[in-house]
Design a protein around this ligand. Structure first.
Ligand code: ZN
Ligand code: FE
Length: 263
Protein backbone atom coordinates (compact mmCIF):
# COMPACT_ATOMS: atom_id res chain seq x y z
CA UNK A 1 0.00 0.00 0.00
CA UNK A 2 1.35 3.46 -0.87
CA UNK A 3 2.06 6.32 1.49
CA UNK A 4 3.01 9.98 1.10
CA UNK A 5 5.14 12.12 3.43
CA UNK A 6 5.24 15.81 4.36
CA UNK A 7 8.34 17.00 6.24
CA UNK A 8 8.49 20.25 8.20
CA UNK A 9 11.30 21.43 10.50
CA UNK A 10 9.46 20.07 13.52
CA UNK A 11 7.29 17.17 12.33
CA UNK A 12 6.89 14.32 9.86
CA UNK A 13 3.35 13.67 8.61
CA UNK A 14 2.75 10.38 6.81
CA UNK A 15 -0.49 9.60 4.96
CA UNK A 16 -1.15 5.86 4.55
CA UNK A 17 -3.69 4.42 2.12
CA UNK A 18 -5.87 1.72 3.72
CA UNK A 19 -8.80 -0.42 2.57
CA UNK A 20 -10.29 0.83 -0.73
CA UNK A 21 -10.31 4.58 -0.09
CA UNK A 22 -9.46 5.27 3.60
CA UNK A 23 -6.49 7.14 5.01
CA UNK A 24 -4.61 6.70 8.28
CA UNK A 25 -1.92 9.16 9.40
CA UNK A 26 1.30 9.09 11.39
CA UNK A 27 2.47 12.31 13.06
CA UNK A 28 6.02 12.33 14.47
CA UNK A 29 7.40 15.01 16.77
CA UNK A 30 11.03 15.36 15.64
CA UNK A 31 12.22 16.77 18.98
CA UNK A 32 11.20 13.76 21.07
CA UNK A 33 10.61 11.09 18.41
CA UNK A 34 7.08 10.48 19.68
CA UNK A 35 4.68 9.14 17.04
CA UNK A 36 0.88 9.24 16.98
CA UNK A 37 -1.29 7.14 14.70
CA UNK A 38 -4.60 8.69 13.70
CA UNK A 39 -7.34 6.14 12.93
CA UNK A 40 -6.82 2.45 12.23
CA UNK A 41 -8.77 1.29 9.16
CA UNK A 42 -6.62 -1.85 8.89
CA UNK A 43 -3.43 -3.06 10.56
CA UNK A 44 -1.22 -4.32 7.74
CA UNK A 45 -0.36 -1.13 5.79
CA UNK A 46 0.24 0.77 9.04
CA UNK A 47 2.45 -1.98 10.49
CA UNK A 48 4.48 -2.12 7.30
CA UNK A 49 4.98 1.68 7.29
CA UNK A 50 6.13 1.59 10.93
CA UNK A 51 8.48 -1.32 10.22
CA UNK A 52 9.99 0.45 7.19
CA UNK A 53 10.68 3.56 9.25
CA UNK A 54 11.72 1.75 12.42
CA UNK A 55 9.15 3.72 14.39
CA UNK A 56 7.04 2.62 17.35
CA UNK A 57 3.78 4.23 18.45
CA UNK A 58 3.43 6.55 21.44
CA UNK A 59 -0.31 7.18 21.05
CA UNK A 60 -3.29 6.14 18.91
CA UNK A 61 -6.02 8.73 18.32
CA UNK A 62 -9.49 7.71 17.13
CA UNK A 63 -11.73 10.28 15.42
CA UNK A 64 -15.07 8.44 15.51
CA UNK A 65 -16.69 5.07 15.94
CA UNK A 66 -17.22 3.90 12.35
CA UNK A 67 -15.62 0.50 11.64
CA UNK A 68 -13.51 1.81 8.76
CA UNK A 69 -11.68 4.04 11.27
CA UNK A 70 -11.20 1.64 14.20
CA UNK A 71 -11.37 -1.95 13.03
CA UNK A 72 -7.59 -2.45 12.82
CA UNK A 73 -6.91 -1.47 16.45
CA UNK A 74 -6.86 -4.95 18.04
CA UNK A 75 -4.62 -6.51 15.39
CA UNK A 76 -2.21 -3.56 15.21
CA UNK A 77 -1.86 -3.31 19.00
CA UNK A 78 -0.56 -6.89 19.23
CA UNK A 79 2.59 -5.69 17.43
CA UNK A 80 2.44 -1.95 18.20
CA UNK A 81 0.75 -1.41 21.57
CA UNK A 82 0.01 2.23 22.49
CA UNK A 83 -2.49 4.10 24.65
CA UNK A 84 -5.79 4.73 22.88
CA UNK A 85 -7.26 8.25 22.80
CA UNK A 86 -10.85 8.92 21.76
CA UNK A 87 -13.98 10.87 22.60
CA UNK A 88 -15.43 10.31 26.06
CA UNK A 89 -18.85 10.73 24.43
CA UNK A 90 -18.13 7.69 22.23
CA UNK A 91 -16.38 5.50 24.82
CA UNK A 92 -19.28 3.01 24.75
CA UNK A 93 -18.72 2.29 21.04
CA UNK A 94 -14.94 2.64 20.67
CA UNK A 95 -12.26 0.11 21.67
CA UNK A 96 -11.44 0.50 25.40
CA UNK A 97 -9.92 3.97 25.76
CA UNK A 98 -6.89 4.82 27.89
CA UNK A 99 -7.56 8.56 27.57
CA UNK A 100 -11.14 9.86 27.16
CA UNK A 101 -11.22 13.27 25.46
CA UNK A 102 -13.66 16.15 25.63
CA UNK A 103 -14.16 19.34 23.61
CA UNK A 104 -11.62 21.92 24.72
CA UNK A 105 -9.08 19.41 26.09
CA UNK A 106 -5.41 19.80 25.19
CA UNK A 107 -2.89 16.97 25.51
CA UNK A 108 0.74 16.52 24.45
CA UNK A 109 2.46 14.32 21.87
CA UNK A 110 6.05 14.82 22.96
CA UNK A 111 6.40 18.62 22.80
CA UNK A 112 3.43 18.98 20.43
CA UNK A 113 0.18 20.33 21.92
CA UNK A 114 -2.96 18.71 20.52
CA UNK A 115 -6.38 20.34 20.82
CA UNK A 116 -9.62 18.37 20.90
CA UNK A 117 -12.57 19.82 18.99
CA UNK A 118 -16.06 18.34 18.93
CA UNK A 119 -17.08 18.23 15.26
CA UNK A 120 -20.35 16.32 15.52
CA UNK A 121 -22.47 15.96 12.41
CA UNK A 122 -21.28 12.86 10.51
CA UNK A 123 -21.65 11.13 13.89
CA UNK A 124 -22.41 12.52 17.34
CA UNK A 125 -19.09 12.41 19.20
CA UNK A 126 -16.83 12.80 16.16
CA UNK A 127 -13.75 14.74 17.21
CA UNK A 128 -11.03 16.56 15.28
CA UNK A 129 -7.48 16.64 16.65
CA UNK A 130 -5.64 19.87 15.89
CA UNK A 131 -1.85 20.21 16.35
CA UNK A 132 -1.04 23.86 15.56
CA UNK A 133 2.76 23.55 15.78
CA UNK A 134 2.57 20.71 13.24
CA UNK A 135 0.15 22.76 11.11
CA UNK A 136 -1.98 19.60 10.97
CA UNK A 137 -5.62 18.88 11.77
CA UNK A 138 -7.07 15.37 11.70
CA UNK A 139 -10.67 15.82 10.63
CA UNK A 140 -11.57 12.35 9.26
CA UNK A 141 -15.19 12.43 8.07
CA UNK A 142 -16.08 15.96 9.24
CA UNK A 143 -14.24 18.50 7.04
CA UNK A 144 -13.01 16.55 4.00
CA UNK A 145 -11.11 17.49 0.85
CA UNK A 146 -13.71 19.45 -1.18
CA UNK A 147 -16.48 17.95 0.95
CA UNK A 148 -17.85 17.05 4.33
CA UNK A 149 -19.06 13.78 5.78
CA UNK A 150 -22.59 12.53 5.24
CA UNK A 151 -24.93 13.30 8.16
CA UNK A 152 -25.57 9.87 9.66
CA UNK A 153 -26.30 11.05 13.21
CA UNK A 154 -26.18 14.83 13.45
CA UNK A 155 -28.24 17.64 11.97
CA UNK A 156 -27.18 20.05 9.23
CA UNK A 157 -27.02 22.78 11.88
CA UNK A 158 -24.57 20.70 13.94
CA UNK A 159 -22.31 20.04 10.95
CA UNK A 160 -22.46 23.69 9.92
CA UNK A 161 -21.37 24.72 13.41
CA UNK A 162 -18.57 22.12 13.39
CA UNK A 163 -17.30 23.29 10.00
CA UNK A 164 -17.34 26.89 11.19
CA UNK A 165 -14.94 25.97 14.03
CA UNK A 166 -12.52 24.27 11.61
CA UNK A 167 -12.73 27.11 9.09
CA UNK A 168 -11.20 29.38 11.75
CA UNK A 169 -7.84 27.56 11.79
CA UNK A 170 -4.87 29.21 9.99
CA UNK A 171 -4.68 29.10 6.19
CA UNK A 172 -1.60 26.85 6.16
CA UNK A 173 -3.20 24.04 8.19
CA UNK A 174 -3.03 20.62 6.56
CA UNK A 175 -6.52 19.10 6.63
CA UNK A 176 -6.01 15.36 7.11
CA UNK A 177 -9.35 13.82 6.18
CA UNK A 178 -10.41 10.21 6.16
CA UNK A 179 -11.07 9.24 2.55
CA UNK A 180 -9.99 9.70 -1.06
CA UNK A 181 -13.36 11.06 -2.23
CA UNK A 182 -12.01 14.25 -3.78
CA UNK A 183 -12.57 13.56 -7.48
CA UNK A 184 -16.28 12.83 -7.02
CA UNK A 185 -16.54 15.74 -4.55
CA UNK A 186 -15.16 18.01 -7.29
CA UNK A 187 -17.83 16.92 -9.75
CA UNK A 188 -20.50 17.86 -7.22
CA UNK A 189 -18.84 21.11 -6.16
CA UNK A 190 -18.84 22.33 -9.77
CA UNK A 191 -22.64 21.92 -9.87
CA UNK A 192 -23.20 24.44 -7.06
CA UNK A 193 -20.20 26.74 -7.65
CA UNK A 194 -19.71 26.51 -11.44
CA UNK A 195 -18.02 29.88 -12.00
CA UNK A 196 -15.40 29.51 -9.23
CA UNK A 197 -12.06 29.70 -11.07
CA UNK A 198 -10.12 28.31 -8.10
CA UNK A 199 -12.47 25.32 -8.00
CA UNK A 200 -12.12 24.73 -11.74
CA UNK A 201 -8.35 24.81 -11.37
CA UNK A 202 -8.43 22.46 -8.38
CA UNK A 203 -10.68 20.00 -10.25
CA UNK A 204 -8.06 19.77 -12.99
CA UNK A 205 -5.27 19.32 -10.42
CA UNK A 206 -7.26 16.51 -8.79
CA UNK A 207 -7.66 14.68 -12.10
CA UNK A 208 -3.93 15.00 -12.75
CA UNK A 209 -3.05 13.78 -9.24
CA UNK A 210 -5.35 10.77 -9.41
CA UNK A 211 -4.21 9.85 -12.92
CA UNK A 212 -0.67 9.78 -11.50
CA UNK A 213 -1.70 7.67 -8.49
CA UNK A 214 -1.14 10.59 -6.09
CA UNK A 215 -3.22 11.35 -2.99
CA UNK A 216 -5.36 14.51 -2.79
CA UNK A 217 -5.25 14.33 1.03
CA UNK A 218 -4.09 16.20 3.07
CA UNK A 219 -5.21 19.52 1.61
CA UNK A 220 -4.52 23.06 2.79
CA UNK A 221 -7.29 24.90 4.62
CA UNK A 222 -6.72 27.95 2.40
CA UNK A 223 -7.64 25.82 -0.62
CA UNK A 224 -10.69 24.39 1.16
CA UNK A 225 -11.92 27.88 2.02
CA UNK A 226 -11.54 28.93 -1.62
CA UNK A 227 -13.15 25.85 -3.18
CA UNK A 228 -15.06 23.60 -0.75
CA UNK A 229 -18.79 24.39 -1.16
CA UNK A 230 -19.48 23.33 2.43
CA UNK A 231 -17.25 26.17 3.69
CA UNK A 232 -18.70 28.72 1.27
CA UNK A 233 -22.29 29.21 2.42
CA UNK A 234 -21.59 32.95 2.63
CA UNK A 235 -20.24 33.24 -0.91
CA UNK A 236 -22.41 35.49 -3.12
CA UNK A 237 -21.70 33.61 -6.37
CA UNK A 238 -22.49 30.20 -4.83
CA UNK A 239 -25.69 31.62 -3.28
CA UNK A 240 -26.74 33.09 -6.62
CA UNK A 241 -26.02 29.81 -8.42
CA UNK A 242 -28.49 27.95 -6.18
CA UNK A 243 -31.04 30.82 -5.96
CA UNK A 244 -30.53 31.38 -2.22
CA UNK A 245 -29.25 34.93 -2.19
CA UNK A 246 -31.33 35.95 0.84
CA UNK A 247 -31.05 32.76 2.92
CA UNK A 248 -28.98 32.35 6.10
CA UNK A 249 -25.59 30.64 5.93
CA UNK A 250 -27.04 27.63 7.76
CA UNK A 251 -29.91 27.38 5.25
CA UNK A 252 -27.45 27.49 2.35
CA UNK A 253 -25.32 24.78 3.95
CA UNK A 254 -28.40 22.61 4.54
CA UNK A 255 -29.45 22.91 0.89
CA UNK A 256 -25.95 22.17 -0.45
CA UNK A 257 -25.64 19.12 1.84
CA UNK A 258 -29.08 17.88 0.67
CA UNK A 259 -28.08 18.29 -2.97
CA UNK A 260 -24.88 16.30 -2.33
CA UNK A 261 -26.97 13.48 -0.81
CA UNK A 262 -28.97 13.29 -4.05
CA UNK A 263 -25.99 13.76 -6.38
ZN1 ZN B 1 -17.22 7.69 9.14
FE1 FE C 1 -15.10 6.88 7.09
Amino acid sequence: MPSETIETDSHTLVTIACLSDNYAFLLRDKVTGDVALIDVPEAAPIASELATRGWTLSQIWLTHHHPDHIQGVDELCVQYPAPLYGAAADAHRLPALDVALNEGDTFMLGETPVHVIDVSGHTIGHIALYAPTAKAAFTADSLMALGCGRLFEGTPAQMHASLSKMAAWPDDTFICSGHEYTASNAKFALTVDPDNAALQHRARDIDTARAGGKFTVPSLLSLERATNPFLRSDDPALRAAINMTDATDAEVFTEVRARKDRF
